[in-house]
Structure formats: structure tokens, C-alpha cells
Design a protein around this ligand. Sequence first.
Ligand code: URA
Length: 215
Amino acid sequence: MAATRKTVVFGAGNADADLMFVGEAPGASEDEQGIPFVGRAGKLLEKLLEEIGLARSEVFICNVLKCRPPGNRDPLPAEIDNCQDYLHRQVELIEPTVICTLGNFSTKLLRGEQTGITRLHGQPEVLTLGRRAVRLYPIYHPAAALYTPRMLETLREDFTRLPELLALGAPEQPQLEVPAIEIEEMEEMPEIEPAEVEGQTSGGQTSEIDQLGLF
Ligand code: URA
């Protein structure tokens, strides 16, 4: 993809956000501007956010893939694999309490399982990603809702549950295992031979340095 993309679309928004959205991959407009969700799907996402009293600047938005797949085709398994460490690191750094996965690709990747968005949308679950537990909230991808009014209705309904989910705060965090530190027995200090003491020569004679009165 590096050969066909124009920009790397890493992610944008509040790096300290409680709410993070994960889409699929940049499209043409995103590739042009280097910012995720700036095309038609992005405008819808912004509108839905506004309707629940949130500004785009308050959340963090990124994608599974950081580069536009040629011709907007679906991401390939190898591409998802190559990009997934970036997403996991973004989650680790931003520490969101709620991650809203938009559509199938991000939902399947973060859940590590193949159940589709039609079955999962609107159902929050607590998921441990790396060392942190987050509330995962899968919803339809806004691009899909652009063309299907019923889907838009469902997406809007699912969006209205976001404020109450955010109000719950972070889920209980997993207990970090503190590695037991083994205190090794200190090695016995080696005996210092009188000859090794600075400024002294063997036989208890005073060295030249000492005779100069410098020490
Ligand atoms: N669709 C996505 O999944 N991501 C974008 O950034 C734009 C459209």
C-alpha cells in the first residue's frame, strides 16, 4: 500500500480521549488530507457525535489500516496483521474507557473473533486489550449507513447509548502481576590486601604521592 497511498493516516483527535473510534481504512479524502473520517462517512460521524453533545475534537478517531487500500478495496489479512501493532499501541497510549468499533473489520480484530457486526452492534462488553480493560462498543460503520436508511436509524439509536456508557467510567482493571524480585545473597566482599590500598605500597611503606603531601 505504501506504493499507492499518498499519506499515512495515523489517527486524529484528543490523545487523552475517553472515547475512541476505530474504523476500517482511509478512503480517498482521508488519503489526500492525512486525517481519518473527513469524507462523507466522516461528516455523518461528526453529525452523530454532535447529536449526543460531543465534538470531534473531544474524541480520538483512527482506523485498522493506516494507509488507503488501492481502489478502496477491503483490507487484506496480511495488511491488518502488519498494521495491528500500531492500533494496539494507540489504545495503550490513549487509554480510552470506551472503544467504539465501526463495522466488521475493527470489531473482529479487537475481539479476536469472527462474529459479525449485525449480531454484535449496540452491545457493550468489557474486553482486556494489552494490560487494560476497556468497554468495547461495536456499531455499524457510518459509510454503510449512508446508503441504508434502516441502518442509519440503528446507528443513531446505538449512538444515543454512548453517553451512558461513558458515564460508567473505566471498567475494573486487571490486577497486574508484580514479578517477585529475588534478592540474591550478596557476594562476600573480597578481602583487600594492604598492598592494594591507594597510596600505600606493600610492606607498609608510604608511596611517593603520599610523600608529596597531596593526599
Ligand atoms: N472509512 C473508514 O473506515 N475510515 C476512514 O477514515 C474513512 C472512511
